[in-house]
Design a protein around this ligand. Structure first.
Ligand code: ZN
Ligand code: ZN
Length: 287
């Protein structure tokens, strides 16, 4: 909600900056802020859905909703970039000099500072809470900050040199940079939707935990992990002596499960118990 509120404030300030100068580059920057507001609303919806507990329809929970939001946000970023390119093209065909460029730069600069603080906050929160929606939102606003700084530098240069083409050129550069960022957000989220594994270092740690807590079992193999937003799913086969009681095998399972859940937040562990005839000799050694 704060993201949406800040997005609206920044949008208003940036629109004022465009209004006093008539600069297409500042117009582009303001247009990008509209995307931030819409994207903030989509992210708000996604985070709310992702915290809905598992139900009959979605027994594994709703944590993947955040990837949808990130995909939508990436798509919006790309649309904004195309709109800006279009405006830049028109300004290139009919260049005009800017009114009150320094006032516009100061106004936009204030909005950019607000964005910078908010983007850093969101990126930190996204990392700590492992929330793709918050991260995507933060990275998106950060891209906005970088391009705004470029725009402001370009406009300052244009007003000093009187080179009017610099305005549409800056707008086009803004668009290209936004396109790049949009592409990154979309591909990262799509990878999440495709059941991406834990990152290699974290998975190595999970294997070590399994190995340390599987005393009594003979082998663990076919370890598979997948990340769904905040949730982590881990599954594997555990080979035990054929005559071990179900109770004893279950005790081992509980030990491993507890160890994994103690270190990995929101982990769900599935263990398939097998007799020694299923041994593969290729699995995780038990220490
Ligand atoms: Zn097996
Ligand atoms: Zn159990």
């Amino acid at each position: 909600m704060a993201s949406v509120g800040i997005g609206i404030a920044v949008l208003a300030i940036k629109t004022a900056a465009w209004w006093v100068t008539g600069s297409v580059a500042l117009y582009s920057d303001a247009l990008e802020s509209i995307v931030n507001v819409v994207a903030g609303l989509v992210a708000l919806w996604a985070v709310t859905v992702s915290f809905t507990p598992a139900d009959d329809d979605h027994p594994f929970g709703h944590t993947k909703a955040e990837y949808f939001s990130a995909v939508v946000e990436g798509a919006l970023i790309i649309v904004a970039a195309l709109l800006i390119l279009r405006e830049a093209w028109f300004a290139y065909l009919t260049p005009r000099s800017l009114e009150a460029p320094m006032l516009g730069i100061a106004i936009n600069g204030a909005a950019t500072l607000i964005n910078l603080g908010w983007a850093q906050f969101l990126i930190r929160q996204g990392r700590e809470r492992r929330s793709p929606a918050l991260s995507a939102d933060g990275r998106h606003i950060m891209a906005d900050v970088v391009t705004s700084v470029g725009v402001l530098a370009g406009l300052a240069l244009a007003s000093v040199t009187g080179w009017t083409l610099l305005d549409p050129i800056m707008a086009a550069l803004v668009a290209v940079n936004i396109l790049r960022e949009g592409w990154h957000v979309v591909t990262a989220s799509l990878s999440g939707l495709m059941d991406q594994a834990m990152d290699p270092a974290a998975e190595e740690r999970a294997r070590a935990l399994i190995s340390e807590h599987a005393e009594g079992a003979l082998e663990v193999h076919d370890v598979k992990t997948r990340i769904a937003g905040r949730a982590t799913f881990i599954e594997f086969h555990m080979v035990v002596p054929e005559l071990m009681t179900v109770g004893a095998a279950h005790d081992i399972c509980d030990r491993i499960e507890d160890a994994l859940k103690a270190e990995i937040e929101n982990a769900t562990v599935q263990i398939h118990v097998e007799p020694d005839s299923e041994i593969k000799q290729t699995g995780v050694p038990i220490v």
